[in-house]
Design a binder for this molecule. Sequence first.
Ligand code: GDP
Ligand code: CA
Length: 307
Amino acid sequence: MNVVILSGGVGGARFVRGVVEVVGEVATSVIGNVGDDVEVLGLHVSPDLDSILYALAGLADEQRGWGRSDETWNALETVGALGGENWFALGDRDLGLHLVRTQALAAGEPLSAVTIRLAEALGVGAQLQPATDDRLRTWLDTPAGTFPFQEWFVARGHRDEVDAVRFEGEESARPAPGVVEAIDSADLILLAPSNPYVSVGPILAVRELREAVARRRVPCVAVSPLIGGRAVKGPADRMLLRLAGGTSPQHVAGCYPGLIDALVVDEADADDLEGLGDVRPIVTSTLMSDGDARRRLAEVALGAVPA
Ligand code: GDP
Ligand code: CA
């Protein structure tokens, strides 16, 4: 069985790891969000791709929830002491990856090719691709002004309510090589429990990708990032409340019109399954608190494929 997963960063990466542990690396293709990509200190950082790489390579810091384990911060401390740009936390080990990626991009290598090389070097056997090699960046309209994603998320701590999400470059962004083919040849399409607006949204903003999901002949199953109407972490619940008018399963499903056949929801949301229309609810415990929990969640989502 070939599975393709559309995924954001940390929440998505945990789920991707669970899927890989159940179906194996070779059967798993991951399409990652690049709307969060940012240039810091002259380096091209792709936080969501890196969260997936680190999770699959077993290098992620599970306590902190992002970045690499056994990380040190000497370079960033020096940057700060020298009056440099230090609002975006980049650890020493993490920096090494950004150096390699940035040099390759500067030499003209597409992001997808660099990502394949990085995955190979880290011993990751799953196919990981950015949604696009083109420049696609998420912007947020808020009452305090319009901000690029990382300025809103990191520098301002996502404190501003979001009135609209926009994707710079979406009109012209083409899918990265092999990504449409991965969707077309999958036996199952999964949308990770990532933020629908700023993690999965930028992937689906690539028109040909969205069309590939829309014309699927296999099930597409989304996993809700909300438990009891609340995000496990981050602003997904506040965004849904303001942009969709609620945080029930129907509001999550409403982010993916015509794109999903089933929605995996937590037991804590099981009493609120109104308004799902054609979308079949699958109720289970969705908190990925440890390896067993993430594998169980993956098994439930994978079980949606008819035999
Ligand atoms: P980011 O790109 O690093 O912000 O990560 P994602 O967008 O991929 O994931 C963030 C989302 O993951 C948040 O909305 C969380 O509510 C959700 N999330 C994190 N951990 C869990 C979990 O264990 N279970 C579920 N259902 N959602 C989770
Ligand atoms: Ca992200």
